[in-house]
Design a protein around this ligand. Sequence first.
Ligand SMILES: Cc1cc2nc3c(=O)[nH]c(=O)nc-3n(C[C@H](O)[C@H](O)[C@H](O)COP(=O)(O)OP(=O)(O)OC[C@H]3O[C@@H](n4cnc5c(N)ncnc54)[C@H](O)[C@@H]3O)c2cc1C
Length: 427
Amino acid sequence: MSRKQPGDDAEVIVVGAGPAGSAAATYLAKAGLDVLVLEKTVFPREKVCGDGLTPRGVKQLIDLGIDTRPQAGWLHNKGLRVVGGGITLELDWPDLASFPPYGLVRPRQDFDELLANNAKAHGARIIEHTTITGAITDKTGRIVGVEGKQGPDKTPVTYKAPLVLACDGVSARTALSVGLDKIESRPMGVAVRRYYTSVRTKDDYLESHLELWDRSDPANPVLLPGYGWIFGMGDGTVNVGLGILSTSKAYGTTDYRQLLRSWLDHTPEEWELREEHAAGKIGGAALPMGFNRTPHYRNGLLLVGDAGGMVNPFNGEGIGYAMESARIAAEHVIHALSRTTADSRERALHGYPVALQESLGGYYRLGNLFTKIIANPAIMRNATKHGLPRKRLMQFVLKLLAGLYDKRDGDFDDRVIATLTRLAPSV
Ligand SMILES: Cc1cc2nc3c(=O)[nH]c(=O)nc-3n(C[C@H](O)[C@H](O)[C@H](O)COP(=O)(O)OP(=O)(O)OC[C@H]3O[C@@H](n4cnc5c(N)ncnc54)[C@H](O)[C@@H]3O)c2cc1C
């Protein structure tokens, strides 16, 4: 592998300008590398999402140098409101050394454009309206660039670079083109969401509903492993949605849009979450979890964000992890490109999956196990019934589910979580 050769279009190509791609491009450009981002859509554009960030995601924005103050257009929240088993509990985000004690909400329409502009401001080039259809490899199977279609006429294009970051989201087209299929034994989620114009638009907490009933057979309602959310957007609307795990029997056999409507029809009428208050259509997408596509580095290709299955299996959060994996990937690319021999560069790049394992591997193994355990409706029912009334226990659960613990020098709960992640078996 060499640095930019005559004929190359950049030192690094990034496919996709979502949170993973824009974050990676920012770090790479900041380090003075020649980065080219190729993005399928044109900004500003909508992205189906819950639009919520826990403190784990906020930390990544701060690392990127983004101003997260309310004056800069961010809606802050102070914790999670959990509703289930007839109980409502408000749990504040923990105050930790590693993460700030606040979460954020911002529509992805705006959020993704802001991150892309941040990457541009640091010197990354972004070409929109360019759909990458696959990687180009040399005779040895090493990536030398990508090919795709550009503009309204779908003009065939190729771009060359010695390194490519696949940040193209759950479709993972670049990875698939070199045979990196998803690992079927790892969990997936599916989530749907819709905006409503609602009185609940201003809220200091992200709200999560743990009891998601499939009432398609009224005589036999089924409790599903997943949760619903109501996130006030502060602009007169709320983002409401639900997510289900692939470990559930309901996965792939449920009409998720209908499930969303049916859940909302059972919420209090004054919340204004009925059809007549809907603002826009229901959108949905898959959530690739627990490192469900590996290896994260091979032959010049790094998988980042959803393309590498980085969604947290405990809570379906993916924006923060996309930016976190982008930071780790960029760090390894920067080191690799600073070296003078091909072997040495390659060694640095192989450090990327190792570093990912170190920072998230044990936690995701635990999360993958969790998705198998809560797939049992009886366990889910008992956990909600007996867990929710215990605020102290729920504070621990919040830390566990949102990955909000200090790995070093933490309190008792943090040490328990850190120990569990070390012991978690691979499933
Ligand atoms: C309904 C729903 C709700 C969610 N809610 C939350 C939430 O509240 N909080 C949270 O943290 N996470 C949430 N997630 C998960 C989160 O949306 C993803 O984990 C996150 O967007 C991953 O970022 P990414 O950059 O890896 O991929 P993406 O955000 O998917 O970005 C990929 C980018 O690549 C582009 N692209 C795709 N294919 C190509 C191609 N072939 N060529 C060129 N460009 C391409 C896309 O246009 C896009 O810009 C939710 C997901 C869903 C489906």
